[in-house]
Design a protein around this ligand. Sequence first.
Ligand code: SAM
Length: 242
Amino acid sequence: MTSSFRDAIYAVRKARLGLERRRLDYGRETRERADRLAEVLPASAAELRGYEREYDDLEWFHDGYADRVDEIHAAGVAADTTHWRDGVTLYVVCRALGIETVVETGVLFGSFDAHILAALCENGGGTLHAVDLPGGPPGPFAYGHLIPDRCRDRWDLHRGDAREVLPELLEEVGPVDLFLHDSDHRLPHMRFEYETALSHLASGGVLASHDVRLSRLFDQFAETNGLRSCVVCDTGIARRPR
Ligand SMILES: C[S@@+](CC[C@H](N)C(=O)[O-])C[C@H]1O[C@@H](n2cnc3c(N)ncnc32)[C@H](O)[C@@H]1O
């Protein structure tokens, strides 16, 4: 398949996803977050709701995060930023499993990074290895602008194409507790990242992916590889059995 044909298919999927998102009941998605995650994680829905409430009350996080979101909106470059409701899902997963080693692709302003790092701070340990292309996000900002200052020492940014960086990085950091894909959403790249990450996922570890509603790939990949999975808002969560 030529790359221009693949780009055309991706454009159609994105347009269809845009329509689906307009119809999706995000209030219901977030209300059901804890119940859906409890089907996949070794934690009860009540326990997971406790972590949602903990996130709501995390004053040290919210003050700075809201200011930085405003800065990005004021500069008119917020378009591709992941919504905080998806960040909350990752916050809950990291707190519930006491996650320590995380590898993520696709940083941009670092909405996911900020939420994962907040959870690692509350856990009291851990590192997030993040991969994004050379260069930086649009506007007068650096990658990870949304990350609170108190979490920055747990964040390690690796610049380069995930296709080149990921295999070596995963080898280096050892078994990962959480892998998160949010970079290039064309199917061959998503499949490459899922497959590369799976062989480095710790027993009981989590494979997460943003924008899983673009196609059936995430659900099919989880099913084929014996992972229990669910989708909350726009994020898929799959767990490798122990
Ligand atoms: C949708 S944005 C990520 C949003 C981000 N996760 C957040 O929380 O707001 C996609 C990012 O993936 C990066 N990206 C695209 N292709 C990539 C690749 N092949 N390798 C690494 N990063 C890539 C882009 O530079 C961009 O910053």
